[in-house]
Design a protein around this ligand. Sequence first.
Ligand code: SF4
Length: 494
Amino acid sequence: MKSFIPLEAVQIERNFCDVAPAFSRAQAKVEADRCLYCYDAPCTRACPTHIDVPAFIKKISSDNVVGSARVIFDANPIGATCARVCPTSALCEGACVENTLLHKPIDIGRLQRFATDYAIDSRRPMFFSGEPNGKSVAIIGAGPAGYSCAVYLKRLGYAVTIYDRRELAGGLDTYGMAEYKMTQKVSVEETNLARGIGVEFRLGTEVTPELLVQLELDNDAIFLAVGLGQTTKLGVEGENAPGVFDALQWIEQVKTREWTGIPVGRTVAVIGAGNTAVDAATQAKRLGAERVVMVYRRGEAEMPAYDYEYELAKSDAVEFRWKSAPVGIVTDANGAVRSLKCVETLPTVPDEKGRVAYGMVEGSEFEIPCDMVIKALGQSKMTAFLSGIAGLQLDGSGRVKVDEGTMATGNPKYFAGGDCVNGGREAVDAAQMGKLGAMGIHQFISGEIVEFAGARLPFVEKLPHEIELPVPTPIAHPEASAAELGVKSYAAQG
Ligand code: SF4
């Protein structure tokens, strides 16, 4: 489709500047000095990779920035990426004891960014490879799970090769993050830390069933970090029109920063209300779309995107059409998108498990005039590829079944982690799975049990402020309770 971008390149650059700019050294020190260095720190517990947050903040405070970065990368090999893209308000910062009505939480994300950027920019080594042990592991997928697994295995002395069909390492961290949160440069430079210790990358390599057979023969174990597949089909008329885009594929074009070549409509309808949908909507707006409307089948309260993502979309003047389901895409004689046809929806009576579905309201059809549609409906699973591996078991949703402690699959030579196991969560969750997978692989090959930083701390189910405290039993009037206890009060004595 023809690109409609009314903005000057300089304005677009401005629109895509960092949403959370880097701290200066002085700012980082002031922020670090606010930390209380809590014992059994809740921020550490709330981090899926269990980074020792007070330890890395303390090191910033004492001007040991490289040491601080080492604490971070020790528990999370994608520490620079997570500093930018983690939903910190729902994790570490949400758990910070300073997160009260009177105070704001320590800005852990930006402190983490300060330390990790410093280490990467100054080319300081963050990892050291172990003594070669003569064993090798193939990793399929260079995203956060595969990359994390590779780093820990290399630290244990394995020969590690990562295979990925894309030209750059980093998976969705490189190709799928909103450009105003993180550029490709960050995740690519971060993966270079692993190259520095000898992890080999075979990029631009599609792992076919034939290549997989060869990798099985050539390696002692295989770690599957294949992620997810294509965006789920909408299944309506007009879906294949040239003005209809898959959100992740479209975001990938934004990541090139070749602004004038990116297709953008004057009015863009985004289908879905998850974090990827918000990323697509806000980026379309920042590229100059006059109007962006997000269309979601359910209500506002059920929006899957994080609150801060919703706020960002609202501040970018994105509009929302709740309880609306797309039923067709109207095109003109040339195939150009003219509108998104929708119907209103209503919640059904909850089933026995309390789940509510949304049914279409008869005769409620309406159209949203638009010249571009972006689909952000979630991704399908890589079932065709995965079900070809003997012994590998998939659950009813097409996710690989693993032992949660070791990430071992039903095939003893295969381990798995990341989106293909959890169905699509945060990069930090994938990084933790990569760590556990490396420990599991090492145990399988050598029989030895090792433990990396942050591997065994239990996950917190809820952040401290989400835990419902028991309602205190009302106590009797102090006078009465003193009397009940047989103690004379001073008032009674008088
Ligand atoms: Fe510092 Fe907050 Fe973590 Fe306590 S909970 S150690 S104050 S960041």
